[in-house]
Write a protein that binds this ligand. Sequence first.
Ligand SMILES: [Zn+2]
Length: 240
Amino acid sequence: MRFKHNLSRRSLLHIIGFGALATRLGLDLIQPESAVAATLSADAVLKQLMAGNQRFITGQSISPDHGLERIRSLVQSQSPVAVILGCADSRVPPELIFDQGLGSLFTIRVAGNIADDASLGSIEYAVDSLNVKLVMVLGHERCGAVTAALNALTNGTHLPGHLESLTKVIEPAIVQAKQQQSEAFQPGELLDQSVRANIRAVVQALSTSQPILAQRVKQKTLKIVGGYYDLDSGTVETII
Ligand SMILES: [Zn+2]
């Protein structure tokens, strides 16, 4: 799977170095205010997210940090504990499925949870400037974007508008899933395997993205994982 990782550090600094533009993007340039969040390890953050998902699927969500007090505490700075690169699908909102509040998750959502230059730059900002230590690529069961890519690839059809630019990015993962297809696959399982292959491909692309993400992964100061959301049960499992 190929991505254009040509966002240079200089251009990233250009993006985050000017207050007006950053404010327009909703990005806060002040360093994290919460010493607690800054000291959490990636594993501890993952554990926190999974505990939130457990509350969510058992109907015990506590919806933390939603009040006026929390809003006021975030006026000057933010200190998110994780980046979620998730699908835009309305059924998979990260704050709800992980039972997190305001200021907890730095969320990027795009159909098919793909990593284009804009989402990559956003992730780099969170990692480099906000010291986020955990990135999760969050795909999900019966993803419409992966389904569209699978259908286009299978039938050789062309999608209208900008849809094709989206599905083209996903297609290499589907080709990979098809190559691994064996008789062990149940009917209809190709879509699910394609969803999982797409998640793994994006995790791989982020983990090898130079210079910011790959360097931090190598230094073990950043963990990038792939999450799979089960639409039927609401459960998130890590698959890579
Ligand atoms: Zn989706």
